[in-house]
Write a protein that binds this ligand. Structure first.
Ligand code: PAF
Length: 281
């Protein structure tokens, strides 16, 4: 371990620590169960700031009760990863400290995406915005780092930061993948050996759509290429996919310069989502 990060559990102590800091503070919010994707966020934050803080908080507002129970937790292992990647502090509050009795305020989601409605995931993203807003107010960072793996989450956070004049820079960071293309995710640890072997099909399906679009096919045909690739893997079940303009999340128009292909796929009882964004011209 490069250094042993300090673990701070109370929001008040976290804010006092940040307020007394000289230099810039980079912040990587996480749910824990850290992997190479988080490591790359922390390392980038370290390169761009004097000090880095990481939060490890399994936010109950963004999970179903079942998902919340199953989410992997290992603060000791996370502390090693955080220290090795060069962060100084872990903010690891309890749910009671983040949402004490009497907590009531709610964020209303901006009507950015039909996709969230279609996926019935508005409650999840409301929970994400709520906790990200609280974390930013508590940690007081100069820059916050998010992966591009969840493009809807990132766009909503960017919208919120702009709408509420949050005095932070939001930094987008590329998805980190295994050699077989599977996006690094804490949920990968929940997969059985068979599901893990099948999981790279998600990236293959995204790439099949990309190939079709770049070959001049329509989005509808590209979507069929994506579906055909997934159907060939008996363990995978497509929940939702979309091919959109990454700037607006609206359906891809003829002549668009960039595309985003997104898919949410079930492997057994685990839902994995991934996307790729690329130039068409
Ligand atoms: O993407 C995540 O890990 C979580 O949604 C976040 C941003 C840490 C909020 O809990």
């Amino acid at each position: 371990m490069k250094n042993k990060p300090v673990i701070i559990r109370s929001p008040g102590a976290m804010t006092r620590w940040s307020a007394g800091l000289k230099g810039t503070l980079g912040f990587v919010p996480t749910l824990g169960a850290l992997h190479e994707g988080h490591e790359s966020l922390i390392k980038r934050a370290r390169r761009e700031n004097d000090v880095v803080a990481v939060s490890v908080f399994v936010n109950p507002l963004q999970f179903t009760p079942e998902g919340f129970k199953k989410y992997p937790r290992n603060l000791a292992a996370d502390a090693k990863t955080v220290g090795a990647a060069g962060a100084a502090v872990i903010f690891a509050p309890s749910a009671e400290r983040m949402y004490p009795a009497g907590f009531q305020s709610q964020i209303i989601l901006p009507p950015l995406f039909g996709a969230l409605k279609r996926q019935k995931l508005e409650w999840h993203y409301r929970g994400v915005l709520q906790v990200v807003l609280k974390l930013i107010q508590i940690v007081l960072p100069d820059r916050v780092y998010f992966g591009l793996k969840d493009p809807h989450q990132l766009a909503l956070i960017e919208r919120m930061a702009a709408d509420f004049n949050l005095p932070v820079e939001i930094r987008r960071c590329p998805t980190v993948r295994e050699r077989n293309g599977l996006a690094r995710s804490s949920r990968n640890t929940l997969l059985t050996a068979e599901e893990r072997a099948a999981a790279p099909v998600i990236y293959q399906a995204l790439r099949a759509a990309q190939k079709a679009l770049r070959g001049g096919e329509t989005p509808a045909r590209a979507m069929r290429a994506l579906e055909r690739t997934l159907v060939a893997e008996p363990l995978a079940r497509l929940e939702y996919a979309e091919i959109v303009d990454p700037a607006t999340f609206a359906s891809l128009r003829r002549g668009a310069r960039e595309a985003l292909v997104y898919a949410a796929v079930w492997l057994g009882e685990k839902r994995l989502a991934d996307n790729i964004r690329f130039r068409l011209k």
